[in-house]
Design a protein around this ligand. Structure first.
Ligand SMILES: Nc1nc2c(ncn2[C@@H]2O[C@H](COP(=O)(O)OP(=O)(O)OP(=O)(O)O)[C@@H](O)[C@H]2O)c(=O)[nH]1
Ligand SMILES: Nc1ncnc2c1ncn2[C@@H]1O[C@H](COP(=O)(O)OP(=O)(O)OP(=O)(O)O)[C@@H](O)[C@H]1O
Length: 528
């Protein structure tokens, strides 16, 4: 299943379709490292039809920037295609706003594109409604709740819908300039607390970094300007490339085989956070430039360390041996900082392939150690790992650059044993994994939304006891249905609505419209 890399330039209605869409197929190379020769090929039929449907639905609509609305759909789809997503996901990316913003019906989508694509569009729409509610309630300001909301996002929808929502948000963040300042800040806050960590959890580090840098720009414009002008001069990609070449040669001379050597500039937001967290100046951050070597075994790691210290002068006090003294979470690696080109600190990390798998996918995984997934249910790490694994594996198969790339060999072993992903699409994972831990429920009460945690087997009555409205006469709905039995068990991702009976028409305004719209969609999904 070759993915389509969609290069589309939605240049207005008058443009001939052939010019609007041009597609290329990623041609996979031999066994060597990542390669990206792209050859022109006809776009996948499903994607082509989705493009025409989106074009017709959004014809005449403009974005706040004055650009044709279609451009947003195309850019969203292109981001997904570049990630290696298959035609159904790319098509849903093109169509993701056709129902909510252009009045198309799910019935008609289903007839044209089938239930798979339609369910994805509905999934994105549900996430958008929930995110709108969260923005209105400023959920992002309550760290604990933002954490839980991400979990609910993952539990509620197919991970592919989350991917589409992330792509949609990335393009919206890229085009935030045209919105009023208050909205910019509101979106940036929500993105920083909810969507960037989601991208991190799913292992799409490139999107995570882009999202964070954009949030940084809108939330702290002066700091952003200052740091970006400093970094423009400081970032030195050539130095990293030269260091990698030098190390490769030295390893070859010693006859040492390595799996990969990779390098990266630390992102602007990551530098800013580290400076803030550790109260450091920029010149005290030693890992702005970094190289990582992955080898076969421990002995080779220590030999490589010797070689590194032979090639460059080391900075005293910066060597860490997490191989002989692993971190409490099991993280293993050798870290050293050397002076490259006489003046520039360069952090070098050396580890085996197994250690790297642990660092990327295991208990010591970056997303866990960074976000420490507070309050999460035990099945959530499994869900996240499964999606991370699939995304990485798919990118590797296609030789698309991915930060966790391991180049050759079999994909990393599946850590999650849930095998209920749909057969036709490896991106799909199931939220049907058993939730053995606590349950997260969305509570809508007095125009306020909150994400509440309950132990397994809790009931609607348990929820009622916890709320301030317990004694009042209430109308109560669970996932849009009136509740008759208070002993009904709550499930992960349930939405409970408490309406004081004095309130005559709960559907008229406030959160209720978003919520009901969302549930109309969900109901149609389950019926279909
Ligand atoms: N996946 C994973 N990576 C880790 C973990 N701990 C450290 N790292 C990686 O190692 C890098 C440096 O960690 P340390 O050498 O402990 O240094 P530090 O705490 O950042 O402090 P500095 O020496 O100031 O850089 C981090 O930036 C991560 O890339 C972990 O538990 N899991
Ligand atoms: N020396 C390195 N060489 C190559 N990749 C690295 C290196 N250090 C970190 N990375 C990778 O770069 C990405 C971004 O890391 P980043 O430096 O922003 O965060 P971090 O590693 O958690 O650092 P810190 O906690 O020190 O801010 C991660 O995928 C990380 O694994």
């Amino acid at each position: 299943q070759l993915p389509l890399i969609l290069h589309a330039h939605a240049c207005g209605e008058a443009m001939a379709p052939a010019k609007v869409i041009s597609c290329a197929v990623v041609k996979c190379g031999g066994g060597g490292g990542p390669c990206h020769p792209r050859v022109s090929a006809p776009p996948d039929e499903l994607v082509r039809r989705a493009f025409y449907a989106a074009e017709a639905a959004h014809r005449g609509q403009m974005r706040a920037s004055g650009d044709p609305y279609l451009q947003h759909c195309v850019e969203t789809a292109a981001l997904l295609a570049e990630l290696g997503a298959g035609p159904a996901v790319v098509a849903a990316g093109l169509l993701h706003d056709t129902v909510d913003d252009a009045g198309l019906g799910y019935g008609s989508l289903s007839v044209q594109f089938g239930a798979g694509v339609t369910d994805l569009v509905k999934g994105v729409s549900n996430l958008s409604h929930l995110s709108k509610l969260a923005r209105r309630n400023d959920t992002a300001s309550r760290v604990d709740e933002a954490d839980k909301l991400r979990t609910v996002f993952l539990a509620m929808e197919d991970a592919r819908a989350v991917l589409i929502k992330l792509a949609d948000r990335l393009h919206n963040m890229r085009t935030l300039d045209s919105l009023p300042k208050v909205k910019q800040q509101c979106f940036a806050k929500e993105t920083l607390e909810i969507f960037a960590p989601l991208a991190n959890q799913l292992g799409i580090l490139n999107w995570k970094e882009q999202l964070e840098n954009l949030c940084f720009k809108y939330l702290y414009p002066e700091l952003y300007e200052e740091l970006s002008s400093n970094l423009l001069e400081f970032y030195n990609q050539d130095m990293i490339a030269a260091a990698i070449r030098r190390l490769e040669q030295a390893l070859q001379v010693r006859g040492l085989c390595y799996h990969t050597i990779s390098g990266r500039n630390k992102s602007m937001y990551s530098i800013y956070s580290k400076m803030a967290r550790k109260k450091l100046d920029m010149d005290e951050i030693y890992d702005i430039h970094g190289v990582r070597v992955i080898l076969d075994n421990k002995a080779d790691c220590f030999t490589t360390l010797e070689i590194v210290h032979h090639l460059w002068p080391r900075i005293p006090g910066k060597f860490k041996d997490y191989i002989n003294s692993p971190k409490p979470n099991g993280y293993q690696s050798l870290h050293t900082v050397v002076l490259s080109e006489e003046t520039l600190p360069l952090e070098i990390q050396i580890r085996t392939r197994d250690m790297h798998l642990q660092a990327e996918f295991g208990i010591a995984a970056h997303w866990r150690y960074k976000e420490a997934v507070r309050n999460c249910c035990s099945s959530v790490p499994e869900m996240v790992e499964w999606v991370r694994w699939v995304v990485t594996w798919q990118c590797e198969t296609l030789h698309i650059d991915h930060p966790s790339s391991l180049t050759h060999g079999a994909p990393p072993r599946a850590i999650c044993s849930c095998s209920s992903q749909s057969d036709d699409c490896p991106f799909s994972y199931s939220k049907r994994c058993d939730h053995s831990g606590p349950i997260l429920v969305i509570l809508l009460e007095n125009e306020k939304m909150s994400v509440q945690e309950f132990p397994q087997n809790s009931t609607v009555l348990d929820l009622l006891k916890r709320t301030s409205s317990y004694d009042m006469q209430l109308r109560l709905r669970l996932n849009c249905h009136v509740v008759h039995n208070l002993n009904q068990e709550l499930k992960m991702g349930d939405v409970v609505e408490l309406i004081p009976s004095a309130q005559c028409n709960p559907g008229a305004g406030g959160y209720a419209r978003e919520f009901h719209q969302m549930y109309d969609h969900r109901l149609t999904v389950s019926q279909s």
